[in-house]
Write a protein that binds this ligand. Structure first.
Ligand SMILES: NC(=O)c1ccc[n+]([C@@H]2O[C@H](COP(=O)([O-])OP(=O)(O)OC[C@H]3O[C@@H](n4cnc5c(N)ncnc54)[C@H](OP(=O)(O)O)[C@@H]3O)[C@@H](O)[C@H]2O)c1
Length: 288
Protein backbone atom coordinates (compact mmCIF):
# COMPACT_ATOMS: atom_id res chain seq x y z
CA UNK A 1 0.00 0.00 0.00
CA UNK A 2 1.22 3.50 -0.92
CA UNK A 3 0.13 6.60 1.02
CA UNK A 4 0.29 10.13 -0.40
CA UNK A 5 0.31 12.90 2.22
CA UNK A 6 -0.55 16.50 1.31
CA UNK A 7 -3.13 15.14 -1.12
CA UNK A 8 -5.07 18.44 -1.07
CA UNK A 9 -1.94 20.38 -2.08
CA UNK A 10 -0.10 21.24 -5.23
CA UNK A 11 2.64 18.59 -5.13
CA UNK A 12 0.80 15.83 -3.23
CA UNK A 13 -2.32 16.24 -5.37
CA UNK A 14 -0.28 15.93 -8.58
CA UNK A 15 1.62 12.88 -7.25
CA UNK A 16 -1.72 11.30 -6.33
CA UNK A 17 -3.16 11.82 -9.83
CA UNK A 18 -0.01 10.38 -11.37
CA UNK A 19 0.25 7.27 -9.20
CA UNK A 20 -3.45 6.46 -9.66
CA UNK A 21 -2.76 6.06 -13.40
CA UNK A 22 -0.77 2.91 -12.60
CA UNK A 23 -1.76 1.70 -9.13
CA UNK A 24 -4.93 1.00 -7.20
CA UNK A 25 -3.39 0.25 -3.77
CA UNK A 26 -3.24 3.94 -2.83
CA UNK A 27 -4.33 5.90 0.24
CA UNK A 28 -4.64 9.70 0.04
CA UNK A 29 -4.14 11.63 3.28
CA UNK A 30 -6.11 14.80 3.97
CA UNK A 31 -6.42 17.07 6.98
CA UNK A 32 -9.94 18.19 6.34
CA UNK A 33 -12.99 15.95 5.87
CA UNK A 34 -14.23 18.31 3.13
CA UNK A 35 -11.05 17.69 1.09
CA UNK A 36 -11.27 13.95 1.79
CA UNK A 37 -14.80 13.91 0.35
CA UNK A 38 -13.37 15.26 -2.94
CA UNK A 39 -10.64 12.62 -3.10
CA UNK A 40 -10.35 10.77 -6.43
CA UNK A 41 -12.65 7.74 -6.14
CA UNK A 42 -9.84 5.27 -6.96
CA UNK A 43 -7.88 6.31 -3.83
CA UNK A 44 -8.78 5.39 -0.23
CA UNK A 45 -9.10 8.72 1.57
CA UNK A 46 -7.79 8.92 5.16
CA UNK A 47 -7.91 11.91 7.50
CA UNK A 48 -4.91 12.76 9.67
CA UNK A 49 -2.87 15.69 10.94
CA UNK A 50 0.94 15.71 11.18
CA UNK A 51 0.49 17.33 14.60
CA UNK A 52 -1.49 14.31 15.91
CA UNK A 53 0.56 11.09 16.04
CA UNK A 54 -2.46 8.90 16.80
CA UNK A 55 -4.18 10.07 13.63
CA UNK A 56 -0.97 9.26 11.71
CA UNK A 57 -0.84 5.76 13.27
CA UNK A 58 -4.33 5.06 11.92
CA UNK A 59 -3.52 6.54 8.51
CA UNK A 60 -0.19 4.70 8.10
CA UNK A 61 -1.60 1.26 8.99
CA UNK A 62 -0.61 -1.27 6.30
CA UNK A 63 1.44 1.32 4.38
CA UNK A 64 4.75 0.22 2.82
CA UNK A 65 5.70 3.34 0.88
CA UNK A 66 4.89 6.91 1.72
CA UNK A 67 5.10 10.26 -0.08
CA UNK A 68 5.81 12.98 2.48
CA UNK A 69 5.07 16.66 1.84
CA UNK A 70 3.91 19.52 4.04
CA UNK A 71 3.37 23.26 3.61
CA UNK A 72 6.56 25.33 3.94
CA UNK A 73 5.94 26.56 7.48
CA UNK A 74 8.29 26.97 10.46
CA UNK A 75 6.67 23.92 12.18
CA UNK A 76 7.74 21.76 9.22
CA UNK A 77 10.52 20.00 11.12
CA UNK A 78 8.30 18.98 14.03
CA UNK A 79 5.35 18.00 11.80
CA UNK A 80 7.33 15.97 9.28
CA UNK A 81 9.42 14.58 12.16
CA UNK A 82 6.18 13.15 13.61
CA UNK A 83 5.38 11.54 10.27
CA UNK A 84 8.84 9.94 10.02
CA UNK A 85 8.70 8.65 13.62
CA UNK A 86 5.24 7.10 13.13
CA UNK A 87 6.23 5.68 9.73
CA UNK A 88 9.14 3.89 11.40
CA UNK A 89 6.90 2.59 14.19
CA UNK A 90 4.35 1.29 11.68
CA UNK A 91 6.93 -0.52 9.55
CA UNK A 92 6.85 1.78 6.51
CA UNK A 93 9.74 0.63 4.30
CA UNK A 94 10.39 3.68 2.14
CA UNK A 95 9.62 7.41 2.25
CA UNK A 96 9.81 9.65 -0.81
CA UNK A 97 10.34 13.07 0.71
CA UNK A 98 9.45 16.37 -0.97
CA UNK A 99 12.37 18.57 0.12
CA UNK A 100 13.65 21.66 -1.73
CA UNK A 101 16.57 22.86 -3.82
CA UNK A 102 19.25 24.36 -1.59
CA UNK A 103 18.67 21.84 1.20
CA UNK A 104 22.02 20.56 2.42
CA UNK A 105 23.79 23.81 1.56
CA UNK A 106 21.67 26.93 2.19
CA UNK A 107 21.45 27.57 5.91
CA UNK A 108 18.41 29.87 5.78
CA UNK A 109 14.71 29.83 5.11
CA UNK A 110 12.85 26.85 3.64
CA UNK A 111 16.01 24.94 2.59
CA UNK A 112 17.25 25.06 6.19
CA UNK A 113 14.04 23.50 7.52
CA UNK A 114 14.13 20.84 4.80
CA UNK A 115 17.78 20.07 5.64
CA UNK A 116 16.75 19.33 9.22
CA UNK A 117 13.95 16.99 8.09
CA UNK A 118 16.32 15.27 5.63
CA UNK A 119 18.70 14.56 8.53
CA UNK A 120 15.89 13.11 10.65
CA UNK A 121 14.82 10.92 7.73
CA UNK A 122 18.33 9.77 6.85
CA UNK A 123 19.03 8.72 10.43
CA UNK A 124 15.61 7.08 10.96
CA UNK A 125 16.49 3.71 9.46
CA UNK A 126 13.53 3.98 7.04
CA UNK A 127 14.51 3.81 3.36
CA UNK A 128 14.39 7.16 1.59
CA UNK A 129 14.34 9.06 -1.68
CA UNK A 130 14.87 12.77 -1.16
CA UNK A 131 13.59 15.07 -3.91
CA UNK A 132 15.06 18.57 -4.00
CA UNK A 133 13.07 20.48 -6.61
CA UNK A 134 14.02 23.93 -7.84
CA UNK A 135 11.44 26.75 -7.88
CA UNK A 136 8.16 25.56 -9.40
CA UNK A 137 6.91 26.88 -12.76
CA UNK A 138 3.48 26.82 -11.06
CA UNK A 139 4.64 29.77 -8.87
CA UNK A 140 4.36 31.99 -11.95
CA UNK A 141 0.62 31.34 -12.03
CA UNK A 142 0.14 31.26 -8.26
CA UNK A 143 2.12 34.40 -7.38
CA UNK A 144 2.74 36.47 -10.53
CA UNK A 145 -0.45 36.06 -12.57
CA UNK A 146 -2.51 38.63 -10.60
CA UNK A 147 -0.22 41.58 -11.42
CA UNK A 148 0.44 40.27 -14.93
CA UNK A 149 -3.35 40.39 -15.44
CA UNK A 150 -3.75 43.88 -13.98
CA UNK A 151 -0.40 45.63 -14.68
CA UNK A 152 1.38 43.57 -17.37
CA UNK A 153 4.21 43.18 -14.84
CA UNK A 154 5.47 40.98 -12.05
CA UNK A 155 7.74 41.85 -9.16
CA UNK A 156 10.54 40.21 -7.18
CA UNK A 157 14.09 40.91 -5.96
CA UNK A 158 16.17 38.28 -7.72
CA UNK A 159 17.96 40.65 -10.14
CA UNK A 160 19.59 38.85 -13.06
CA UNK A 161 20.00 35.57 -11.21
CA UNK A 162 19.03 32.34 -12.95
CA UNK A 163 16.71 29.57 -11.79
CA UNK A 164 16.13 26.20 -13.47
CA UNK A 165 12.37 26.33 -12.96
CA UNK A 166 10.78 22.89 -12.72
CA UNK A 167 7.25 21.72 -13.55
CA UNK A 168 5.45 20.02 -10.63
CA UNK A 169 4.30 17.39 -13.16
CA UNK A 170 7.93 16.24 -13.42
CA UNK A 171 8.26 16.04 -9.63
CA UNK A 172 5.14 13.86 -9.67
CA UNK A 173 6.55 11.62 -12.42
CA UNK A 174 9.75 11.12 -10.39
CA UNK A 175 7.85 10.49 -7.14
CA UNK A 176 5.47 8.01 -8.78
CA UNK A 177 8.37 6.06 -10.29
CA UNK A 178 10.25 5.92 -6.98
CA UNK A 179 7.13 4.91 -5.04
CA UNK A 180 6.41 2.08 -7.46
CA UNK A 181 9.79 0.32 -7.45
CA UNK A 182 12.52 -0.69 -5.02
CA UNK A 183 14.34 2.62 -4.86
CA UNK A 184 17.81 2.92 -3.27
CA UNK A 185 18.46 5.52 -0.53
CA UNK A 186 19.31 8.58 -2.62
CA UNK A 187 19.01 12.35 -3.03
CA UNK A 188 17.74 13.78 -6.34
CA UNK A 189 18.18 17.37 -7.55
CA UNK A 190 15.16 18.14 -9.73
CA UNK A 191 15.70 20.97 -12.19
CA UNK A 192 13.97 22.13 -15.32
CA UNK A 193 15.79 22.11 -18.67
CA UNK A 194 16.88 25.80 -18.77
CA UNK A 195 18.33 28.30 -16.29
CA UNK A 196 16.36 31.50 -16.87
CA UNK A 197 16.40 35.03 -15.49
CA UNK A 198 13.03 36.58 -14.65
CA UNK A 199 13.57 39.06 -17.52
CA UNK A 200 13.76 36.03 -19.84
CA UNK A 201 10.66 34.55 -18.19
CA UNK A 202 8.88 37.87 -18.87
CA UNK A 203 9.88 37.65 -22.57
CA UNK A 204 8.48 34.11 -22.78
CA UNK A 205 5.21 35.20 -21.13
CA UNK A 206 5.01 38.19 -23.52
CA UNK A 207 5.35 35.90 -26.53
CA UNK A 208 2.62 33.57 -25.29
CA UNK A 209 0.27 36.43 -24.32
CA UNK A 210 0.88 38.57 -27.41
CA UNK A 211 1.55 41.69 -25.31
CA UNK A 212 4.56 43.01 -23.39
CA UNK A 213 4.88 41.74 -19.84
CA UNK A 214 7.75 43.17 -17.75
CA UNK A 215 9.74 41.84 -14.84
CA UNK A 216 10.29 44.64 -12.30
CA UNK A 217 13.16 44.13 -9.89
CA UNK A 218 12.55 45.68 -6.47
CA UNK A 219 15.05 46.38 -3.69
CA UNK A 220 14.54 43.66 -1.06
CA UNK A 221 13.37 46.14 1.59
CA UNK A 222 10.70 47.49 -0.75
CA UNK A 223 9.51 43.99 -1.63
CA UNK A 224 9.29 43.07 2.04
CA UNK A 225 7.19 46.17 2.72
CA UNK A 226 4.85 45.22 -0.14
CA UNK A 227 4.52 41.61 1.09
CA UNK A 228 3.71 42.78 4.63
CA UNK A 229 1.19 45.30 3.27
CA UNK A 230 -0.52 42.40 1.46
CA UNK A 231 -0.97 40.75 4.87
CA UNK A 232 1.86 38.21 4.67
CA UNK A 233 3.23 37.27 8.11
CA UNK A 234 6.73 38.58 8.93
CA UNK A 235 8.33 35.10 9.10
CA UNK A 236 7.02 34.23 5.65
CA UNK A 237 8.11 37.49 4.02
CA UNK A 238 11.58 37.07 5.53
CA UNK A 239 11.78 33.41 4.46
CA UNK A 240 10.91 34.41 0.88
CA UNK A 241 13.61 37.09 0.83
CA UNK A 242 16.15 34.70 2.34
CA UNK A 243 15.31 32.22 -0.41
CA UNK A 244 15.69 34.89 -3.10
CA UNK A 245 19.16 35.60 -1.72
CA UNK A 246 20.03 31.96 -2.48
CA UNK A 247 19.47 32.71 -6.17
CA UNK A 248 21.03 36.19 -6.08
CA UNK A 249 24.22 34.62 -4.72
CA UNK A 250 24.51 32.48 -7.84
CA UNK A 251 22.77 29.26 -6.80
CA UNK A 252 19.76 27.53 -8.36
CA UNK A 253 20.81 27.75 -12.01
CA UNK A 254 22.17 24.20 -12.12
CA UNK A 255 20.98 21.72 -14.73
CA UNK A 256 20.83 18.07 -13.68
CA UNK A 257 19.67 14.93 -15.47
CA UNK A 258 17.89 13.31 -12.49
CA UNK A 259 14.41 13.75 -14.03
CA UNK A 260 15.56 12.16 -17.30
CA UNK A 261 17.29 9.32 -15.43
CA UNK A 262 14.28 8.39 -13.31
CA UNK A 263 11.40 9.02 -15.72
CA UNK A 264 13.06 8.34 -19.07
CA UNK A 265 11.83 11.70 -20.42
CA UNK A 266 13.35 15.18 -20.53
CA UNK A 267 12.09 17.73 -18.00
CA UNK A 268 9.14 19.76 -19.26
CA UNK A 269 10.04 23.22 -20.59
CA UNK A 270 8.66 26.61 -19.66
CA UNK A 271 7.23 27.38 -23.09
CA UNK A 272 4.94 24.35 -22.93
CA UNK A 273 3.90 25.27 -19.38
CA UNK A 274 3.10 28.87 -20.39
CA UNK A 275 1.09 27.80 -23.44
CA UNK A 276 -0.92 25.36 -21.30
CA UNK A 277 -1.58 28.10 -18.72
CA UNK A 278 -1.97 31.10 -21.06
CA UNK A 279 -5.49 31.75 -19.77
CA UNK A 280 -4.08 32.66 -16.35
CA UNK A 281 -2.37 35.75 -17.82
CA UNK A 282 -5.33 37.25 -19.70
CA UNK A 283 -5.54 41.05 -19.22
CA UNK A 284 -8.20 41.99 -16.66
CA UNK A 285 -9.40 45.56 -16.77
CA UNK A 286 -10.38 46.84 -13.31
CA UNK A 287 -14.06 47.80 -13.15
CA UNK A 288 -15.24 50.73 -11.02
N1 LIG B 1 6.87 26.49 -4.40
C1 LIG B 1 8.10 26.19 -4.77
O1 LIG B 1 8.66 26.78 -5.70
C2 LIG B 1 8.86 25.08 -4.06
C3 LIG B 1 10.11 24.72 -4.54
C4 LIG B 1 10.79 23.68 -3.91
C5 LIG B 1 10.22 23.03 -2.85
N2 LIG B 1 9.00 23.39 -2.39
C6 LIG B 1 8.43 22.66 -1.24
O2 LIG B 1 7.24 22.00 -1.66
C7 LIG B 1 6.38 21.89 -0.51
C8 LIG B 1 5.07 22.57 -0.76
O3 LIG B 1 4.38 21.90 -1.72
P1 LIG B 1 2.97 22.38 -2.20
O4 LIG B 1 3.16 23.49 -3.18
O5 LIG B 1 2.28 21.15 -2.61
O6 LIG B 1 2.28 23.02 -0.89
P2 LIG B 1 0.75 23.15 -0.62
O7 LIG B 1 -0.02 23.22 -1.91
O8 LIG B 1 0.60 24.24 0.38
O9 LIG B 1 0.37 21.76 0.07
C9 LIG B 1 0.77 21.45 1.37
C10 LIG B 1 0.03 20.22 1.81
O10 LIG B 1 0.44 19.92 3.17
C11 LIG B 1 -0.74 19.69 3.93
N3 LIG B 1 -0.53 19.98 5.35
C12 LIG B 1 -0.12 21.14 5.89
N4 LIG B 1 -0.08 21.04 7.24
C13 LIG B 1 -0.50 19.79 7.54
C14 LIG B 1 -0.70 19.09 8.75
N5 LIG B 1 -0.47 19.64 9.96
N6 LIG B 1 -1.13 17.80 8.68
C15 LIG B 1 -1.39 17.21 7.49
N7 LIG B 1 -1.21 17.83 6.29
C16 LIG B 1 -0.79 19.11 6.32
C17 LIG B 1 -1.76 20.65 3.35
O11 LIG B 1 -3.05 20.27 3.77
P3 LIG B 1 -4.21 21.38 3.93
O12 LIG B 1 -4.77 21.54 2.54
O13 LIG B 1 -5.16 20.79 4.88
O14 LIG B 1 -3.56 22.64 4.43
C18 LIG B 1 -1.50 20.45 1.85
O15 LIG B 1 -2.14 19.28 1.38
C19 LIG B 1 7.01 22.64 0.64
O16 LIG B 1 7.58 21.76 1.54
C20 LIG B 1 8.01 23.54 -0.08
O17 LIG B 1 9.08 23.91 0.75
C21 LIG B 1 8.30 24.41 -2.97
Amino acid sequence: MILITGASGNVGGTVLQKILQHRSDVKAMYRSPADARNSPPKARAVIADFADRDSLRRAFEGVERLFLVCSPIPQLVELEGNAIAVAKEQGVKHIVYSSAGGAGTWEKSFPKWHTEVERVLQSSGVGYSILRPNTFMQNIVAFFAPTIQSQDAFYSSVGNSRASLVDVADIADVAAALLSGNAPDKVYELNGPEALTYAEVAERISRVCGRTVRYVDLPMAEQKKALLAMGMPEWQAQALLDLQEYYVEGNGGELTDDIQQITGHAPRNLNAFLVANAGAFTRRVATA
